[in-house]
Design a protein around this ligand. Sequence first.
Ligand code: ADP
Length: 188
Amino acid sequence: LSTLKIAIGAMELTKKCVRDVMTDIDDVFMLSEDQVLNAETMTRISDSGYTRIPVYEGNNRNKVKNLLYVSDLALIGKDNNITVKAVARFNKRRLRIVDETMPLTALMDEFKMGDYHLAMVAKAMDVKKHHHGKFVDDSMDSFIMKSMKLVEATMLPPHSEDHPITLVGLVTLEDITEELLQSEITDE
Ligand code: ADP
């Protein structure tokens, strides 16, 4: 892999946003908090091959509030019938929700700071509509307002009745690095 190719990949990255590289929500492997960690669920988890699994409340896949690490399951017996909720709440893995329009470079900066390398992605409209818990009209969109939204977009609260969000995907550091290395040099 040439240095040139990586340099071009890095330049391409500045034009892209989270939505361009995320894994679509329909392809995200998640578990409900209510699920019991029996032999069948444990097999599904290990068959998925993922190391981190978003956990949602009840049956609402927009209500992702926790993250389960496969390594958290190491000490759990298959016969104890513990719920996902018990394990996820005990380990309290950091979960972030970002706006789908967040620039990739901004997310990369956050990932570089190091305390999390996976984020759930929310539909942009939801963020705008519920900025600071108040409805925000497009016509009021000043530059400052937009910048504030961008900052806030990196720390969205999870789904609630006052602040409903629609999740559209999941993004990890891997998605960004892959994008960096994949970009083709197109001859124009
Ligand atoms: P892992 O450590 O689980 O292999 P990576 O961070 O290496 O995850 O990501 C590999 C790819 O899998 C990325 O495209 C990422 O978006 C996707 N991914 C990660 N976790 C999940 C999940 N729970 N469900 C679906 N896709 C996932």
